[in-house]
Design a protein around this ligand. Structure first.
Ligand code: 16G
Length: 250
């Protein structure tokens, strides 16, 4: 594992295509890549700061800076006195507007979706309030279970104005990737989280016992011009996800 990381760092230093002049950013990328390729498994420790700085001939400050960024992102966690580990639970920082696919790929997990609905329909009163749309307007609805390989992690129901996504069947994996290609990637979002106990049907879809803890999250995302681009309601498994927010005084 140590060797994989050293080799990856050296490869990134040599490769002009991925050349990143700042050493701490190069190291960050190298750590991300080895986690993605599962050269370091969730729960495993990273070499110590001292070993990394010796092996890569980098200053301790540089190594610390590389690691602290990945701790903030939730890819790594630090246990006082014990070292730095690849996060086991999925730690999702609340300050960044990322997609399910991006979150999972960054952890070396293979995301996929199973759709139970991908249709165009008339907006419901609740959706029209959430999306700021007039009654009668058309919306695209996506209902899916989201997996990391065979393991279901979340259920998601997304509604997008049909003026932005006229054909929901083009969404195969990532909604945000499709929105990006359409020039409508969300730029800002409001999110509401609630603790829930999962009902029988949700629990069955998520392969957990009925009544297990879950997180119900509503996200309204906006474009730069203020239009609402998605209204998504998600049920995430409470036994796998940690949602983490950074707070600062003014
Ligand atoms: C996340 C978002 C959801 C968004 C989806 C897009 C939360 C709580 N929800 O699951 O609002 O629609 O990502 O993911 O983070 P995708 O691009 O992989 O389809």
């Amino acid at each position: 594992m140590e060797t994989a990381l050293v080799n990856e760092y050296r490869r990134l230093s040599r490769d002009p295509a991925t050349s990143q002049p700042l050493a701490y950013l190069r190291l960050r990328r190298a750590i991300r890549n080895v986690v993605e390729h599962r050269d370091i498994e969730p729960g495993q420790a990273l070499p110590s700061e001292r070993d990394l700085s010796r092996l890569l001939q980098l200053s301790r400050v540089t190594v610390r800076k590389a690691i602290s960024g990945l701790v903030e992102e939730g890819l790594l966690n630090q246990r006082h006195g014990a070292g730095t580990f690849v996060a086991e639970r999925i730690i999702k920082p609340m300050s960044r507007l990322t997609s399910f696919t991006e979150d999972l790929r960054a952890r070396g997990l293979n995301p996929r979706s199973e759709f139970s609905e991908r249709v165009i329909g008339e907006v419901t009163p609740e959706e029209s309030m959430a999306l700021n749309l007039s009654p009668g307007v058309l919306v695209a609805r996506l209902h899916r279970v989201r997996y990391a390989k065979e393991e279901p992690l979340a259920i998601e129901r997304s509604v997008v104005p049909a003026s932005i996504l006229p054909d929901p069947t083009i969404v195969q994996d990532s909604l945000y990737q499709v929105l990006e290609a359409l020039g409508a990637r969300p730029r800002r979002a409001l999110q509401r989280l609630r603790a829930v106990s999962l009902g029988a049907q949700q629990a069955r879809l998520l392969h957990v016992p009925a009544g297990s803890a879950g997180l119900n999250i509503e996200r309204r995302s906006f474009l730069d011009d203020g239009r609402v681009v998605e209204f998504t309601t998600s049920w995430y498994r409470g036994d796998i996800y940690d949602f983490v927010a950074e707070l600062q005084t003014d």
